[in-house]
Design a protein around this ligand. Structure first.
Ligand SMILES: Nc1nc2c(c(=O)[nH]1)N[C@H]1C(S)=C(S)[C@@H](COP(=O)(O)OP(=O)(O)OC[C@H]3O[C@@H](n4cnc5c(=O)[nH]c(N)nc54)[C@H](O)[C@@H]3O)O[C@H]1N2
Ligand SMILES: Nc1nc2c(c(=O)[nH]1)N[C@H]1C(S)=C(S)[C@@H](COP(=O)(O)OP(=O)(O)OC[C@H]3O[C@@H](n4cnc5c(=O)[nH]c(N)nc54)[C@H](O)[C@@H]3O)O[C@H]1N2
Ligand SMILES: [Mo]
Length: 745
C-alpha cells in the first residue's frame, strides 16, 4: 500500500508571537520561525534546548499508524502504514481478546519512562487510567533512577522518612550557608541537574554551588563530576565507595570523634556498626578504592572539624549491591552525629537532578486523576526481561515471594525500554514472547521497532498543556506552536477513541475535551492564591505561591519526633531486613566489590546519564549530534589507557564483553581515572549490522548486565560494567537507527 503523504510542514503561531513551552530540561519559547530560546528569567538554561528544533520534524518521527509485516520477528521486520480506524480496531481487539482469553493480568503496562513534561498529556497517567478502567493491568514498581533507595531507605529511616530523603531533603540554601564541608560521593554533576522531572523554570544549581561557604570534595571516577573551582577531586575506583565510607568511619572512631551519644540515642545498631569497621582501616580501603591512605585520614579529620554534609549520588545505588552505599552513607553521617542540623547530615542526589534540595511547595501538583488498578500483579521495574521470559516462575523482592504472570500483551507509552533496560540482546529475546506489543511514540525508537502496532503521538510542541515540578518556582503554559506531524494524535484522544470502542468512553473522559481538562485540573489545584486560568494562560507563566527553601531534613527527629521505623530510630541494623535472610543484603551495611577489570586489559565502563540529551530523547537533535564522533557515541578514556591499546583520539573502537559489543568514537581525557572508560546512555540502539557489533552506534545497554541490585530491591544495576576496548579498523557500517523501517528490508 502506498504510504499516505505527510502534510506540508506548517508552523502556526498564535498571533505571530512566540509561545511558551517547557521540557524536563527547562522552560523555553518557540519563535514564529520555530527557533527555540530559553525562558527569560532562567539564570542557567540547559544546552539540551538545542536538540528541540532539529528533532521536531526529523525523518525519525512516526507519521502514521503502522503495523508490523510479520516475517523475521520483532525488531527485524518492516512496517506498513495503516489508517487510524484500522489501527485502533486492532488495538481494541487485542486488548479485549487478551482480557477474555488470558485475564487482565496478561496485559503488562508498567510502561516505565519519562515521556515528556506536561501534567495532563503525561503518557503513563493517560495509559494507566485507560487500562485501569478497562479491567486493570500488571504494573511495575519503583524506578530505574532509585530502585535500591526506594526499597532500602524505608527500612533504615521509615516509609515517611524515606519519602523525605527522596523528595524533601535539606534545602540547598541551608547546605550552602551552613556546611563547612560538602562530601559528595558520586560528585555534584552539573549536567544532570539540568534535568528535573516536569521541568524547572529556574535552574539554580550553579548559583547554589557558587554560594557554598564550605569546600566541596567530589569522590568520583570522573574529574568533571564537580563544576566548582572551590572543589577538590578525590578519584575513586567505581563500586568501592562503601570501603571508603567504612574507613572514614573507622578513622573518626579511632580518633575518638565518633558521636557516641547520637548513635546511642538516635540509632539502632550504632555500636554494632562501629564494631564492624574496627578492621576497616584507611590502608585496607586504599588498596580497594585507590584513594591514598593519607587522603582518607585527612578527609576523616576534616569531616569532624566542622559542619559536614554528606551527599550520595543516585548513580551509586544503580549498581550491584546498590543498597549498600545508601546504608553506609547514612551510617557515616550518623557517626558524625550531625543529622538534623543545618548544613550537616545526609542527602541523596544533590547532583542528580535539578530539584534535590530545591525548595518545597505546600501543595501537590495538578495531574490527570487515576483510578484503582484491579490487578495486583507487579514486577520490580527492572525485571521486564525476566517477566516476559519466565512466566509462572517465582521471584523474591523486599522479603516477599511473588510469581511472574503470563503476559500476552505489552502496551508502552512514554518510555523506551530499548534505551533504558540492561542487556538489550536478552530484551530482544524477551520481546519475541508476547502475542501483541503496542507502542505509542512520536519517534521510531528501537522500542517502536519492536512493536506490532505503532501509534504516532504528538510532541509538546503540538498540543496545549502546562508544566511544573516539585519545588518549582513557576507554572508554565505549554502552548501548541506546530501542527501535528503527519497524522500524529494526542494520547488523550487516542485513549478516548479506544475507550469508545471498548464501551467506556464516558468513564475515561468524564465528558471533557483536553482543553476542558486543562482548565478543570487548574481550577481544582490547591495552589492559592492563583490567577484565573485565562490570565495565567495569556501571561504564559505564573509564579508559585508559598514556596519555601529552608528545610532541614530530620530536624524534628533530632528534637524528639520518632521516625516511622519499628524502633522509631535510624536503623543501622534492621531486624526486618535481617529476617529476610539474603546473604547479599543482610540487615546492616556490608562491603561488596562492584564490577571491576576481571581479565588482563579489561576496563570498568561507566554508563552514566548523557550530558547532551535526556536519555534517548532527541538524540537526532543538534546538540546531541554535535558530540558524536564518526557518527558514534563518544567514549571517554584516559590517554594512558588508549596508548596501551594503540588507540588515538577520534578512533572508532569496539567495546565488548560476554553480552555484546558496540562501536563508539574515542575522546581522550585525563578527567577520567585510568582503568575507567565512560560511555553515556542514550545513543539510539542500532542492531543493523550484527556481523560488526550488537549496536553500531554505541548504546552501552548492549553491554550491561540484566541483574538486580539484590533480592531486597531488585533495582537497576546499569551504571557500571566490565569491558574490553580495542581499535576498530574495519569498514564503518552506517548508523541506520533514525531511518523509519517502512520499506521492505
Ligand atoms: N546503562 C544504564 N541504563 C540506564 C541508566 C543508567 O544509569 N545506565 N539510567 C536509567 C534511568 S535512571 C532512567 S530514568 C531510564 C530512562 O529511560 P526512559 O525514560 O525510557 O528513556 P527516554 O529516552 O526518556 O524515553 C522516553 C520516551 O518517551 C517518548 N515520548 C516523549 N514524549 C512522549 C509523549 O507525549 N507520549 C509518548 N507516548 N511518548 C513520548 C520519547 O520519544 C522517548 O522515546 O534509563 C535507565 N537506563
Ligand atoms: N543531562 C541529563 N541529565 C539527567 C538525565 C539525563 O539523561 N541527561 N537523567 C536524569 C535522571 S532520569 C536521573 S535518575 C538522574 C541520575 O543522576 P545520577 O545517577 O547521579 O547521574 P549519572 O550521570 O548516571 O551519575 C553521576 C556520576 O556518578 C559517577 N559514578 C558512577 N559510578 C560511581 C561509583 O561507583 N562511585 C562514585 N563515587 N561515583 C560513581 C559517574 O562518574 C557519574 O558521572 O539524572 C537526571 N539528569
Ligand atoms: Mo532516572
Amino acid at each position: 500500500m502506498p504510504a499516505p503523504t505527510i502534510p506540508v510542514v506548517r508552523q502556526w503561531h498564535r498571533g505571530g508571537v512566540s509561545t511558551t513551552n517547557s521540557s524536563h530540561w527547562g522552560a523555553f519559547r518557540v519563535a514564529p520561525d520555530g527557533s527555540v530560546t530559553p525562558r527569560p528569567g532562567d539564570p542557567d538554561p540547559s544546552p539540551l534546548l538545542g536538540n528541540i528544533q532539529g528533532a521536531q520534524r526529523h525523518r525519525s518521527r512516526v507519521a502514521h499508524p503502522a503495523v508490523r509485516r510479520r516475517s523475521a520477528g520483532r525488531g527485524y521486520d518492516s512496517y506498513e502504514q495503516v489508517s487510524w480506524d484500522l489501527a485502533l480496531d486492532l488495538v481494541a481487539e487485542a486488548l479485549q481478546g487478551t482480557r477474555e482469553r488470558h485475564g487482565d493480568n496478561a496485559i503488562f503496562a508498567g510502561s516505565y519512562g519519562w515521556g515528556s513534561a506536561g501534567r495532563f498529556h503525561h503518557a503513563q497517567s493517560q495509559l494507566h487510567r485507560f487500562l485501569a478502567l478497562g479491567g486493570g493491568y500488571t504494573r511495575s514498581r519503583n524506578t530505574y533512577s532509585l530502585g535500591a533507595s526506594e526499597v532500602v531507605l524505608p527500612h533504615i529511616v521509615g516509609r515517611r522518612g524515606a519519602a523525605r530523603v527522596l523528595s524533601q531533603g535539606t534545602d540547598w540554601p541551608v547546605v550552602a550557608g551552613h556546611a563547612d564541608l560538602i562530601v559528595a560521593f558520586g560528585g555534584l554533576r552539573a549536567a544532570t541537574t539540568a534535568v528535573t522531572p516536569g521541568g524547572r523554570a529556574t535552574h539554580d544549581f550553579a548559583s547554589h554551588v557558587a554560594s557554598a561557604r564550605g569546600r566541596i570534595v567530589s569522590i568520583s571516577p570522573l574529574r568533571d563530576d564537580l563544576p566548582s573551582a572551590r572543589g577538590e577531586w578525590l578519584a575513586i575506583r567505581p563500586g568501592t565507595d562503601v570501603a571508603l565510607m567504612f574507613a572514614l568511619a573507622h578513622q573518626i572512631a579511632a580518633d575518638g570523634r565518633a558521636d557516641l551519644a547520637f548513635l546511642e540515642r538516635f540509632t539502632v545498631g550504632g555500636d554494632r556498626f562501629l564494631d564492624s569497621v574496627r578492621e576497616r582501616t584507611p590502608a585496607w580501603a586504599s588498596a580497594i578504592c585507590g584513594v591514598p591512605e593519607e587522603a582518607i585520614v585527612g578527609l576523616a579529620r576534616r569531616m569532624t572539624a566542622g559542619r559536614t554534609f554528606i551527599t550520595v549520588s543516585w548513580s551509586l545505588q544503580r549498581a550491584p549491591s546498590g543498597e549498600q552505599p545508601i546504608w553506609a552513607g547514612l551510617a557515616l553521617a550518623a557517626v558524625l552525629g550531625q543529622i538534623g542540623l543545618p548544613g550537616g547530615g545526609f542527602g541523596h542526589g544533590y547532583g542528580s537532578t535539578g530539584n534535590t534540595g530545591g525548595g518545597k511547595l505546600p501543595y501537590g501538583l495538578p495531574g490527570f486523576p487515576q483510578v484503582p488498578n484491579p490487578v495486583t500483579d507487579f514486577i520490580p521495574v527492572a525485571k521486564i526481561s525476566d517477566l516476559l521470559l519466565r512466566p509462572g516462575e517465582e521471584f523474591e523482592y523486599d522479603g516477599g515471594h511473588y510469581t511472574y504472570p503470563d503476559v500476552k500483551l505489552v502496551y508502552w507509552a512514554g518510555g523506551n525500554p530499548f534505551h533504558h533496560h540492561q542487556d538489550l540482546t536478552r530484551l530482544r529475546r524477551a520481546f519475541q514472547r508476547p502475542e501483541t506489543v503496542i507502542v505509542q511514540e512520536p519517534f521510531w525508537t528501537a522500542t517502536a521497532r519492536h512493536a506490532d502496532i505503532v501509534l504516532p503521538v504528538t510532541t509538546t510542541l503540538e498540543r496545549d498543556d502546562f508544566g511544573v515540578s516539585h519545588g518549582d518556582t513557576h507554572l508554565i503554559a505549554m502552548k501548541a506552536s506546530a501542527e501535528p506531524y503527519g497524522s500524529a494524535r494526542d494520547e488523550y484522544d487516542i485513549f478516548a477513541d479506544l475507550a469508545a470502542r471498548l464501551g467506556y468512553a464516558e468513564a475515561f473522559t468524564q465528558g471533557r475535551s483536553s482543553q476542558e481538562w486543562l482548565r478543570h485540573l487548574y481550577d481544582r489545584w490547591r495552589a492559592e492564591p492563583k490567577k484565573p486560568f485565562g490570565e495565567f494562560w495569556a501571561a504564559g507563566e505564573m509564579e508559585l505561591p508559598g514556596r519555601r527553601d529552608d528545610t532541614v531534613l530530620f530536624a524534628d527527629f533530632r528534637e524528639g519526633k520518632p521516625l516511622d521505623t519499628p524502633s522509631g530510630r535510624i536503623e543501622l541494623y534492621s531486624a526486618t531486613v535481617a529476617g529476610f535472610g539474603y546473604p547479599e543484603c543482610p540487615g546492616y551495611p556490608v562491603f561488596a566489590p562492584g564490577p571491576r577489570a576481571r581479565a588482563y586489559g579489561e576496563m570498568v565502563l561507566i554508563c552514566n546519564q548523557p550530558a547532551t540529551r535526556l536519555h534517548s530523547q532527541l538524540d537526532m537533535g543538534g546538540f546531541s549530534q554535535a558530540a558524536k564522533r564518526s557518527g558514534r557515541e563518544p567514549v571517554r578514556m584516559h590517554p594512558g589507557d588508549a596508548a596501551d591499546r594503540g588507540i588515538a583520539d577520534g578512533d572508532v573502537v569496539r567495546i565488548q564483553n560476554e553480552r555484546g559489543s558496540v562501536l563508539a568514537g574515542v575522546a581522550l581525557s585525563d578527567d577520567v581515572l585510568p582503568g575507567v572508560a565512560q560511555l553515556s546512555t542514550g545513543a539510539w540502539f542500532d542492531p543493523s549490522a550484527p556481523e560488526v557489533a550488537t549496536c553500531v552506534h554505541g548504546n552501552p545497554n548492549a553491554l550491561t548486565e540484566d541483574a538486580g541490585t539484590s533480592r531486597l530491591a531488585q533495582g537497576c544495576t546499569g551504571q557500571v560494567t566490565s569491558v574490553l576496548i580495542t581499535r576498530f579498523g574495519g569498514p564503518l557500517p552506517p548508523v541506520r537507527a533514525y531511518d523509519p523501517p517502512l520499506e521492505d528490508s
